[in-house]
Design a protein around this ligand. Sequence first.
Ligand code: CMC
Length: 398
Amino acid sequence: IDVQELSKNHLFTFDPGLMSTAMCRSEITYIDGDKGILLHRGYPIHDLAMNADYLEVAYLLLYGERPDQKDYNEFTQVIRQHTLVHEQLSRFFHGFRRDSHPMAVMCGVSGALAAFYHNVLDVSDEEHRNLTALRLLAKMPTLAAMCYKYSIGHPFMFPQNHLSYAGNFLYMMFATPCEPYQVNPVLEKAMNRIFILHADHEQNASTSTVRTAASSGSNPFACIAAGIASLWGPTHGGANEACIKMLEEIGSVDRIPEFIEKAKDKNDPFRLMGFGHRVYKNYDPRAKVMRETCHEVLQELGIKTQLLKVAMELERIALTDEYFIERNLYPNVDFYSGIILKAIGIPVSMFTVIFALARTVGWIAHWKEMYDFGTLKIVRPRQVYTGHTQREFNQLAE
Ligand code: CMC
């Protein structure tokens, strides 16, 4: 069936994967995929990741400008007031199997937030929208760390509001009630940078999912759960988990050519994970910072890992291979992030949860923008129908 031909009979364009359709206008993030440029509200990702604090970037994404010191203090103070989750929600975790994938749990518990705030939420009110953004930003690290603690059977750790956003997350992940826990400043800096590098990326699959879910006026906490579901897939946020598994499977540099050949083989579904991007046809600027951070963190922690060697050699070989050159396939944000997360001590199954917690601010900034712009038009794509023409209905007995 020639669907392109069929679509000509309709007044819409056939665009699978929405490769050439802009579904909204936005002022949050700009990407020039050919040049490898990523700007948040005009600021290059490199400058933000190297110099800013995650909450400063969150403020920028949500409100359009960087905060001055007073705004920043007030903003962080309000976030601190919302880091706890309702005790009833803590009990929600116990309905899950301990060995559930943390992303499955994260979908459930973040969606459950809707039940706590639905009746009191008036999304037409700007103040309510701001409060929703702050609540989500404050509670996501708490929920993410609870997913991990639940999976290993440890007690949940309450947030420590004197710590930074990244420091508090590490505390809730790794502290126990048995002994004092000191946040390692190297890990805190790396975590902060990883959060910034994942904060927003314009109309990717999960952000478009959040926008689509929200376009019907739905509860924003439920919309975020939809975003988390979309992010989970291995060609989107799940690529960080898939990538580290791939690097571990490759194991040593002498096996790289075998995997490069597999990735090129059109009869083999295997792809190089952490490679390629719908928009970037150049080096992903986030991957550049991630690679730099990876070296820094491993050096500062005194960790030597075969994984980094394999990753760097894999990158070198792929970037000189005709197949990857012709298709403009470069490392993306997920290529080096897993090595850092592993060095920090984060289990592989939590990688995409961390992506989700960091991306929440992007999702909620887009949700807020839809309302702020007054452009809440329900997303309702069309299709090219390729099924049966009208048929006669007969009773089953006939
Ligand atoms: N390994 C091998 N070949 C690839 C790869 C790869 N990683 N990525 C794309 N290709 C090939 C693909 O087979 C196709 O070849 P051909 O033209 O001969 O059919 C060509 O490159 C274009 O690929 P596509 O699938 O049409 O491109 P897309 O824009 O639909 O997909 C992508 C983009 C990110 C889904 C894809 O590159 C991919 O699957 N990469 C691996 C998964 C990954 O790392 N995902 C993370 C993306 S960045 C973070 C995020 O968004 O969350």
